[in-house]
Unconditional design. Structure first.
Length: 175
């Protein structure tokens, strides 16, 4: 069933809004996947904060024209499902990478991160990006390390003094 112009405008507006807020985007060819496999992927996408949409390429090009993902326009060919990471830059890449392993017919065609078009081989790098919580914990560990080292260094001075006095005491008792 063909879409009316109003429906197309709504779809373009929705995808434009999502692409404007997204951190990364993946386009994958999905032909050959069953409805249950696509439904399973959509459920997992919702759980991980990924916006998943099957959209005509011409509408996708219009939707992404004034967004950081306009670099993907030329690579949008064939039947594609677009996945936008909304909360975590690596979420869409992890989702597509996992499902590409499970379903041989799902083939990643285009990857974009922060407005830059990446090669398909970079999916592993994008998927390995830390989540927000992991990044914050790593940052906290880096910020905490110098303080901890300073405290240990300052604590070593009186500790060494106590050990020296104890050694002198033991030496005098032995004599």
């Amino acid at each position: 069933m063909a879409l009316t112009i109003d429906q197309k405008q709504l779809i373009v507006a929705e995808v434009t809004e999502v692409a404007g807020k997204a951190l990364s985007a993946i386009g994958a060819e999905y032909s050959g996947l069953t409805v249950s496999q696509m439904t399973q992927m959509r459920v997992k996408a919702r759980e991980s904060g990924v916006y998943l949409r099957v959209i005509k390429n011409t509408l996708a090009r219009r939707a992404m024209a004034d967004t950081p993902f306009s670099c993907m326009s030329e690579a949008l060919t064939g039947p594609l499902v677009l996945a936008f990471s909304m909360e975590d830059p690596g979420a869409a890449a992890r989702l597509m990478k996992d499902y590409a392993k499970d379903f041989a017919k799902l083939e990643i065609k285009v990857v974009a991160l922060g407005g830059q078009l990446l090669s398909v081989a970079d999916v592993d790098r994008v998927a390995s990006l830390p989540t927000r919580d992991e990044a914050l914990s790593q940052l906290l560990a880096v910020m905490k390390a110098p303080i901890g080292k300073l405290a240990r260094t300052l604590n070593e001075v009186p500790g060494k003094l106590v050990r020296t006095v104890a050694a002198v005491r033991d030496q005098k008792q032995a004599a």
